[in-house]
Write a protein that binds this ligand. Structure first.
Ligand SMILES: [Zn+2]
Length: 85
């Protein structure tokens, strides 16, 4: 699995094929895909476009959360170290 998928999760790319919306990980790992059928082709296209945008926004939201992680570990190490540095 690509490192990006392990770190951020799969990044699905959405597209509409007639009334069916299909998605698969754009990193080409072969996972995180699926499909959903709507009642009209218009609807499928609208949802595909909406989900595609949400994918980009989600990636931006996750980045700060990941950045905070080392800080938490550092604090934990400081607290249990005790001898100072
Ligand atoms: Zn993936």
């Amino acid at each position: 699995m690509p490192l990006g998928c392990l770190t951020f999760g799969h990044r699905p790319a959405f597209r509409a094929e007639g009334r069916t919306m299909r998605w698969e990980c754009e990193r080409g790992c072969g996972e995180g895909g699926g499909e959903k059928t709507y009642s009209t082709a218009e609807e499928a296209e609208r949802f595909a476009a909406a989900f595609d945008r949400r994918g980009d926004a989600g990636l931006g939201r996750n980045a700060p959360l990941l950045g905070m992680f080392p800080l938490r570990i550092w604090r934990w190490l400081r607290r249990r170290g005790g001898r100072g540095g």
